[in-house]
Write a protein that binds this ligand. Structure first.
Ligand code: MF3
Ligand code: CO
Ligand code: CO
Length: 257
């Protein structure tokens, strides 16, 4: 989400029953993303991917969360190459060598699951492979920090520590977020920060953690369509996201399949 949005609202912790409902919503989102992943290949349009995701989400009895959100016109975001997030699906065809970030949300029984991943289209450059690998790794390592007593700054510090030594940039203007009955809840979850600072994690906290990482400078801008976020320097970007709960038994990835 855009950085300052809903930062100051109170943080709503979820009960075990609410987490169960969030797991159901999250599973639908995770499975929908897997369906889309299967279709990623040269020649398919981003609109085709959007339609497949929408069909899957609706067949599961859920709603595509993004459709109509602040006027957003589709069920997924499909962001190619230098596009970071919020790319609008359309007639553009995927081609060999592209990378594509797919983000989608499912609302079920009043709760939202939000998840994203970046995929290779055919054969991609070594640089692009490395960008995807370390962006995913930064999310995987950050997820392990979703434990009672840890702090918000631990997440951003972790993401930075994984990607910056490889020369990659961490986007500042867009961040992760709390999530529950609404896709975007407090707190904002920056992918940069200082270990040991920020709010303390309590049981029932649910965050959408979503590192957005660039192969060059981290500065971004929004295109004239009002949505598509691209790197200012035209460098490639990757994006991975999971909805994750802090529980007695540790981190639970609600959008896992
Ligand atoms: N799911 C995105 C996020 O991770 C937000 C998408 S906004 C929409 O925060 F309008 F495209 F839905
Ligand atoms: Co998302
Ligand atoms: Co999100």
């Amino acid at each position: 989400m855009h950085n300052p949005e809903s930062k100051k609202d109170p943080i709503e912790l979820k009960s075990p029953r609410e987490l169960e409902l969030m797991r159901n919503a999250g599973r639908v989102a995770g499975l929908a993303l897997m369906e889309v992943q299967k279709l990623v290949a040269p020649g398919i349009t981003t609109k085709d991917l959007d339609k497949a995701a929408e069909r899957f989400i609706r067949q599961a009895g859920a709603k595509p969360t993004f459709l109509g959100y602040r006027g957003y016109p589709a069920s997924i975001c499909a962001s190619l190459n230098e596009e970071v997030v919020h790319g609008i699906p359309g007639k553009r065809k995927l081609k060999d060598g592209d990378i594509i970030s797919i983000d989608l949300g499912a609302t079920l029984d009043g709760f939202v699951g939000d998840t994203a991943a970046t995929y290779a289209v055919g054969e991609i450059s070594e640089k692009a492979k490395e960008l995807i690998f370390y962006t995913k790794k930064s999310l995987d390592e950050a997820i392990l920090l979703m434990r009672e007593g840890n702090r918000l700054g631990d997440i951003g510090a972790c993401v930075q520590s994984v990607v910056e030594p490889r020369g990659f940039g961490v986007v500042r203007e867009f961040v992760g977020h709390g999530i529950g009955r609404n896709m975007h809840e407090a707190p904002a979850v920056p992918n940069y920060g200082t270990k040991g600072t920020g709010i303390r994690f309590d049981l029932g906290l649910v965050l959408a953690i979503e590192p957005m990482v660039t192969a060059g400078n981290y500065a971004v801008k929004v295109l004239d369509d009002g949505w598509t976020v691209v790197t200012k320097d035209g460098s490639l970007a990757a994006h991975f996201e999971h909805t994750v709960a802090v529980t007695k038994s540790g981190p639970v990835v609600l959008t896992a399949i």
